[in-house]
Design a protein. Structure first.
Length: 130
């Protein structure tokens, strides 16, 4: 029994503990100039919450978010999450984006997990300078 407890404790440390004190992950570190933005977008593309950007509902399941010039230091990291479900279970993707002069254009697509068909759906997004 003592061996099982020791083995379990070692396994827990190996899975949950730090990889190494000397590991350098080169992680982005926020500073006073790091800019983050977020928004909640309705099914029809209207902005429920958030400022500093515009949204266009291009087609079924396709939305374009535009940030003006001088919003970011460089191209931001982007995260998007569907909010609720409008038909099938939604999957949201950052379909594409481009950056220029501190601005960004981000295209989001949303599809049904069951049918892969495009579907309109509300979503949340966040962007962060890296």
């Amino acid at each position: 029994m003592k061996r099982i407890i020791t083995l379990a404790a070692g396994l827990a440390f190996a899975l949950c503990g730090p990889a190494s004190a000397a590991t350098n992950w080169n992680a982005a570190k926020p500073d006073a100039n790091t800019k983050a933005h977020a928004g909640i977008i309705n099914t029809n593309g209207s902005v429920i919450a958030g400022t500093g950007f515009t949204v266009t509902h291009n087609a079924t399941g396709m939305y374009t978010i535009v940030f003006p010039n001088n919003t970011f230091k460089a191209c931001p990291a982007v995260n998007v999450t569907p909010a609720g479900g409008n038909g099938g279970i939604p999957i949201a993707n950052v379909y594409g984006y481009g950056c220029s002069n501190g601005g960004a254009t981000i295209v989001i697509t949303i599809n049904s997990i069951e049918t892969s068909a495009s579907q309109d759906n509300a979503f949340h997004f966040s962007t962060t300078d890296i």
